[in-house]
Design a protein around this ligand. Structure first.
Ligand SMILES: [Zn+2]
Ligand SMILES: [Zn+2]
Length: 159
């Protein structure tokens, strides 16, 4: 289940809603993204990853990210690429259900323990093309419009 947090700037009133984590469609998303990576829609590095590691997967948890150049916020799926230490995913998706519990534990629990990180996905800003960096949504965030502090005005579950 994912959570959302709505922020509002104290000064200019700019509002921003961050959708974080993963919804119930998470397992389906993992396969969808892997397929997109395989066909090259998500760039060369991701494509190479799927060729080298057909049993790998990309993390579809949504994270809050901020552009280092223009300060714009966006929520993106992490898409960090992982290779399982023991190959458990090879039978996906034909035999998903018997393995789902274990798979979910790995995805939501501690992927670093069960998998080796291949690479982080390089996210680009939609506005200016700058690099996006992950920021903690627990920290006070700055308004991308005026630079003042934003307060959290609402939060809840989104799926
Ligand atoms: Zn503002
Ligand atoms: Zn930018």
């Amino acid at each position: 289940m994912g959570i959302f947090k709505e922020y509002c700037c104290w000064r200019c009133g700019y509002k921003f809603t961050a959708f974080l984590g993963a919804g119930l469609s998470f397992p389906r998303l993992v396969f969808k993204r892997f397929e997109e990576m395989r066909t090259g829609r998500l760039g060369e590095e991701a494509k190479r990853f799927t060729e080298e590691h057909p049993d790998g997967w990309a993390d579809c948890n949504k994270l809050l990210m901020r552009c280092v150049k223009c300060g714009e916020y966006d929520c993106r799926e992490s898409l960090a690429m992982y290779v399982p230490k023991k190959s458990h995913a090879r039978e996906f998706p034909e035999r998903i259900w018997p393995k789902l519990a274990r798979f979910m534990r790995i995805l939501f629990g501690d992927p670093e323990k069960h998998c080796t990180k291949y690479a982080d996905y390089r996210h680009k800003c939609k506005k200016c093309g700058g690099d996006m960096r992950t920021v903690s949504s627990r920290r006070i965030i700055r308004c991308p419009r005026c630079g003042f502090w934003m307060r959290r005005v609402d939060w809840g579950l989104w799926d």
